[in-house]
Design a protein around this ligand. Structure first.
Ligand code: BEZ
Ligand code: FE
Length: 292
């Protein structure tokens, strides 16, 4: 292993891993070395550029703590999160809902809320009634599915980004005997992903905007089914075709229907205009890898 050059160094590094006792680890590292070396051969970075790359990754690491995960944001904005999602969640059954990126604003164990209640604590906005059903792959309703929801407010901020006392626009529901969930909230708006770190600098330097189209996040969990992490986007949103994290799928885009004052779908009488979203979710029977 001497006199290595741009042609033979890749084989030498792979050979150095040859005694790795963990087969999967060896496969991953061999491939990483192969592709990383090919990338370097193609790009031919100057030493200054390579130092800048290391500095970018160092700043990305320094930006991370319990609240902020800049590496996930980097993965999101490079399309890697959605690529991993595509590899791990695909079903040819149209009754199974599609998944998308989790994002950084999920908080475990949100407040449990009764069906049909409002989750718009401490925020103002256009009233929005969201409802639907959860079913299995054959369309049979599923009772007692844990449905976690979270979303931004009408200015594009999540509760964790504001100095709020307690949760807002996030909650947990349990589906009823007919598989139904329902809640009142406010209509979310498009918003920028966090741009105060190296990922924001990368977007700016490359002429990319940081916006995500308006959406409501859902996480559905039920014994015997893969956990579904997804979002429902607003039809007509200007960022549907340029989501900063590549998370939009046609099946997840729905009309957030505008309705005039008057009776709401749950029988409530509204004295202001409001919106309505109806979305049914299909869960896939468990594959071991994705069970909670
Ligand atoms: C979100 O939708 O909350 C999100 C997803 C990825 C990156 C940033 C935000
Ligand atoms: Fe979001």
């Amino acid at each position: 292993m001497r006199n290595l050059n741009a042609q033979n160094i890749t084989d030498a590094v792979i050979e150095a891993f040859s005694k790795c006792p963990d087969e999967r680890l060896k496969t991953v590292l061999d491939s990483l070395v192969e592709h990383l070396h090919a990338f370097i051969r193609e790009v031919e970075p100057s030493e200054r550029e390579w130092t800048q790359a290391i500095d970018f990754l160092t700043r990305t690491g320094h930006m991370c703590d319990d609240q902020r995960q800049e590496f996930i944001l980097l993965s999101d904005t490079l399309g890697v999160t959605m690529l991993v999602d595509a590899i791990n969640h695909h079903s040819s059954n149209p009754k199974v809902s599609e998944s998308t990126v989790l994002g950084p604003f999920y908080v475990a164990d949100p407040p449990m809320v009764a069906q049909g209640e409002s989750i718009d604590w401490n925020v103002e906005g256009e009233p929005f009634y969201v409802e639907g059903k959860v079913h299995d792959e054959s369309g049979q309703p599923l009772a007692n599915v844990v449905v976690d929801v979270w979303q931004s407010d009408s200015e594009g901020f999540y509760d964790v980004q504001k100095e709020l006392e307690g949760a807002s626009l996030r909650a947990r529901f349990s589906t009823d005997a007919e598989g139904r969930y329902a809640f009142w909230t406010v209509t979310p708006s498009p918003y920028p992903i966090p741009t105060d770190g190296p990922v924001g600098k990368m977007l700016e330097a490359t002429g990319r905007h940081p916006y995500r189209p308006a959406h409501v996040h859902f996480m559905l969990m039920a014994e015997g089914f893969d956990t579904l992490v997804t979002q429902v986007f607003a039809e007509g949103d200007p960022y549907l075709d340029s989501d900063a994290v590549f998370g939009v799928k046609d099946s997840l885009v729905m009309d957030y229907t505008s309705l005039p004052p008057g009776p709401a779908p749950d029988g409530r009488s509204m004295n202001v205009p409001f919106r309505h979203l109806k979305y049914d979710f299909g869960l896939k029977s468990s594959s071991k890898a994705n069970t909670v």
